[in-house]
Design a protein around this ligand. Structure first.
Ligand code: AMP
Length: 194
């Protein structure tokens, strides 16, 4: 099954994606991780994206759609993909639906991790300390912009996926193991559908 982990920055998408990857053999595709790898490698793509990412703005739809289109062609993705941090705009979601349907694939579930903005500020401060400040976008100022971008550009996707009957919301403020259990319950329910 292919699924989308959805939520604001710091909601725990990456943590839950890794748990699902280990537990269910799905492949985590994080556009943020891929873009950071391109920045670290100093590729043309990385150079084009660095300043945008450091500000907490969104990289263009064409760039991220291109990255995902290339990646899902790899054979490991046939096991099922967890999209983490993608899509982030309605045009990205529409492009994803097209890409998947060309392969006869679809999104089985969209799981929203619901978290209050105030809690995210604290979480991202913790992540900044843990990563030794290696992420230039994990500062309180940039986080505020990333949250604003999330509410403006990304949150409208909730309506998009609700309209498709695929949206499931879980309490992202619960302990990690409880969030995982709630996600597992959703996937077992959706996966068992005819
Ligand atoms: P993340 O690790 O998912 O928070 O992503 C870090 C940064 O990478 C974001 O703040 C954006 O600048 C960029 N980025 C990641 N995924 C996307 C996406 N789907 N669309 C546009 N920009 C993205």
């Amino acid at each position: 099954m292919n699924l989308i982990l959805f939520g604001p920055p710091g909601a725990g998408k990456g943590t839950q994606a890794r748990i699902l990857q280990d537990g269910r053999g799905l492949v985590q595709l994080s556009t943020g991780d891929m873009l950071r790898a391109a920045v670290a490698a100093g590729t043309e793509l990385g150079k084009a994206c660095k300043a945008i990412m450091d500000r907490g703005d969104l990289v263009s739809d064409d760039i991220v759609v291109g990255i995902i289109a290339e990646r899902i062609e790899q054979p490991d993705c046939a096991k099922g993909v967890i999209f983490d941090g993608f899509p982030r705009t309605v045009p990205q979601a529409e492009a994803l639906d097209r890409m998947l349907s060309e392969r006869g694939w679809k999104i089985g579930a969209v799981i929203e991790l619901k978290v209050d903005d105030e809690i995210l500020v604290g979480r991202v401060e913790t992540r900044n300390r843990e990563t030794g400040g290696t992420r230039a976008d994990d500062t309180p100022e940039t986080l505020r912009n990333r949250l604003a971008v999330y509410h403006k550009n990304t949150a409208p996707l909730l309506t998009f996926y609700q309209g498709q009957g695929k949206l499931h919301s879980v309490d992202g403020m619960a302990p990690i193991s409880q969030v995982s259990a709630e996600i597992a319950a959703v996937l077992d329910q959706v996966g068992g559908r005819p």
